[in-house]
Design a protein around this ligand. Sequence first.
Ligand code: NAD
Length: 326
Amino acid sequence: MNSKKILVCGAGGFIGGHLVKRLKEEGFWVRGVDIKKHEYAESQADEFVQGDLRDPILCKKVLQDIDEVYQLAADMGGAGYIFTGDHDAAVMHNSASINLNIVDLASQMGVKKIFYSSSACIYPEYNQLDPDNPKCSEESAYPAAPDSEYGWEKLFSERLYLSYKRNCGLEVHIARFHNIYGPEGTWTGGREKAPAALCRKVSETDKSGSIEIWGDGKQTRSFLYIDDCLDAVRALMESDFEGPVNVGSEEMISINNLGKMVMDIANKDLSINNIKGPQGVRGRNSDNALIEEKLGWKPKLTLREGMEKTYQWVSEQVAKHSTVKA
Ligand code: NAD
């Protein structure tokens, strides 16, 4: 049994839910907090508090007697949530309020170290116009020009945490996640991201049908399986390296080809209907030179292996909701 007491903010979410399980396996005492309960699994936390982290009184309550914090709570979703512009005010206000509360109270209440989950969305749009050749090395973040308010809030909060490190002595570790995916994540409802959305579309469609993909489908991304992500997060927290550092995969793929990979996994030869829709930057890929140098970390799973596990889980969810269509 590890004597440290850990707080996971966003424990009802995808990465937070998996992180709680990992920390419990490692023997920590864990308190989870989220505005909602986890939708797909019972929380493994020793204590789970349902509450709103925009409220400083709730933050004070959950930070009581805590040694280390993982701050994953954010108002977020996939392209359909982040890139339409319809949720900009909520994204900025909600996520910034959570971060302002947590970092200030953590530093006052004796928390020793804190992990903050930033995003690849902080990288400037001008370096991600060519789908075959995006640039996302850590130092390329400035001059800043993220393509979404979500990215601007993440960049602001990175600086917020680092300023508390400089001025208040709080130990801070920051990762820039690049498209984390896997089972037990949002797969329907409007906030789902490309891997789960494509698994759902393929699973819902019978063998002669077609699936819709937003944009021309030539936009590229890389995707990191959840278990690899957690290995990186834990290694970063146990190191003396503060980051910000990329936590992603360098296995870049176009969204059309990701769709084809899912069809192959499902053994369905569907056609792709590219339609107008929000897509974000043209190309994005992780650059892992810094994390390999500092932590010796590399992803273990290939995209195909991770997508097989994800398709299995999403297709089980689809079957439970039995929505097969032509
Ligand atoms: P998620 O949406 O599943 O989890 C975020 C959780 O925060 C949700 O459960 C949500 O209910 C909670 N939350 C939101 N507002 C809250 C509030 N006011 N009070 C309490 N809880 C609140 O997302 P995720 O994929 O697990 O992402 C976790 C973190 O990693 C987020 O900060 C996200 O921005 C960051 N990130 C994720 C990815 C990815 O690909 N999943 C990529 C880059 C960055």
